[in-house]
Design a binder for this molecule. Structure first.
Ligand code: GLU
Length: 305
C-alpha cells in the first residue's frame, strides 16, 4: 500500500498572517493537494509570553478568507502538554535525556575557562543526578548525532549536533516545552509524511530528526522553501513588522506568492476568482520549479495600492 500524503501548516500565533507565512501555507498546501493528500493545521501556541491575543483566531480567519481548506480539527499545542510530559518522562527513564540546572552564566564561564565553543552545551550535567524537585531544564543526549538529510530545494544538509550544538533543551527551566519537542511529538501524532516550511527552520531539522530517532518515530521528508526578505534584507516576520495581509486582495497576493515560489502563474489569473486560481495552482504545482535559494526579496508592489 502506498503511504497517504499528510502535510501540515503550523503557525505560531505571534501575529497576523503576512506574506512570509502565506508562502509556507501555500507551499505546504499545494504540495499536499497536488498529491491528493491531506493538509492539517496546527497552532503552535507553546510560548504564551510571545503570543499576541487573538492572533490564532485571526490567522484561521485569514486562511479561510484566502481559500485554504484544512482537514480535520485544528490541533492546539496548548492542549497537548500531557503528551509532551509523557514523552519527556519516557526519554528520562531510558537515559536518553537528563536534568540540567546550569545557568547561562555558569555555562558561559566554563566555556571561557576551558575554551569551549560559544553556544555549545558542554554536557556538564550528563553524569550528575539532579533531583526532580530542583528547578531544572531537560536536555537530550546528542552522542553520535551526526545527521545528514537531503532537501529537494536546499540540497544535502549535514550537522554534527554533539560538536556544533551539544545536548539541546527539550524543556526549559521555567517549565516551557521547547519547540523542538512539541513539533516532533505532534508531527508524529498527526502522521505527517512531509514537512514543507520556510528555510529559516532548516537549522532545526537535524535536531528534529535526532529526536525522532531517539523516540523511534518515523522520519518525515523535509522541504524548505526560500523565505521572503523585506526591502532592507530582513526576513518578513512579526519582529520586522511584516504587514498583515488584506483578504480583499486575495487573488493578487496568491498570484504573487505563486510567482515567488517559481510557479509562473499566467497574468490572466489575476482576473480569476480565488477558486479558479486555486484550481490552476493545484493542477500546475511543480515543486521542482521552486527557486533553489534560502531567501528572495519579497515583491515590492502592494496589491492594496
Ligand atoms: N511554528 C513555527 C513558526 O511559525 C513553524 C513550525 C514548523 O513549521 O515546523 O515559525
Amino acid at each position: 500500500m502506498t503511504e497517504r500524503y499528510r502535510g501540515r501548516f503550523a503557525p505560531s500565533p505571534t501575529g497576523p498572517l503576512h506574506f512570509g507565512s502565506l508562502l509556507a501555507a501555500m507551499g505546504s498546501y499545494l504540495q499536499a493537494r497536488s498529491q491528493q493528500g491531506q493538509w492539517l493545521l496546527r497552532i503552535e501556541d507553546l510560548d504564551p509570553p510571545r503570543e499576541q491575543p487573538g492572533a490564532a483566531e485571526a490567522i484561521l480567519r485569514s486562511l479561510e478568507a484566502f481559500g485554504f481548506e484544512w482537514d480535520g480539527e485544528v490541533c492546539w499545542q496548548s492542549r497537548r502538554h500531557p503528551h509532551y510530559r509523557a514523552v519527556l518522562a519516557d526519554l528520562l527513564d531510558q537515559g536518553l535525556a537528563y536534568r540540567c540546572d546550569c545557568s547561562r552564566r555558569e555555562l558561559g564561564e566554563r566555556l571561557r575557562q576551558r575554551g569551549g565553543m560559544a553556544g555549545v552545551y558542554d554536557g556538564y550535567c550528563r553524569m550528575r543526578q539532579i533531583s526532580a524537585h530542583k528547578q531544572h531544564a531537560v536536555r537530550l543526549l546528542t552522542e553520535g548525532a551526526e545527521i545528514h538529510f537531503t532537501d529537494p530545494v536546499q540540497g544535502s544538509c549535514s550537522q554534527d549536533l554533539e560538536r556544533e550544538l551539544g545536548d539541546f533543551v527539550l524543556r526549559r527551566a521555567d517549565g516551557l516545552f521547547a519547540y523542538q519537542l512539541a513539533v516532533v511529538v505532534d508531527d508524529a501524532a498527526q502522521g505527517i509524511t512531509e514537512v514543507v516550511r520556510g528555510s529559516d527552520l532548516l537549522d532545526s531539522t537535524a535536531r528534529q530528526i535526532w529526536l525522532q530517532r531517539s523516540l523511534g518515530y518515523p522520519q518525515p521528508r523535509y522541504l524548505h522553501l526560500p523565505v521572503a526578505l523585506n526591502r532592507t534584507g530582513q526576513k518578513l516576520s512579526k519582529q520586522t513588522f511584516a504587514p498583515a495581509l488584506d483578504p480583499h486582495h486575495a487573488v493578487a497576493l496568491l498570484h504573487q506568492a505563486l510567482d515567488f515560489l517559481g510557479q509562473c502563474p499566467p497574468p490572466e489569473l489575476l482576473e480569476a476568482n480565488p477558486e479558479e486560481l486555486w484550481r490552476w495552482a493545484r493542477e500546475h504545482w511543480q515543486a521542482d520549479a521552486i527557486p533553489r535559494k534560502l531567501a528572495i526579496s519579497a515583491p515590492h508592489t502592494d496589491p492594496g495600492q
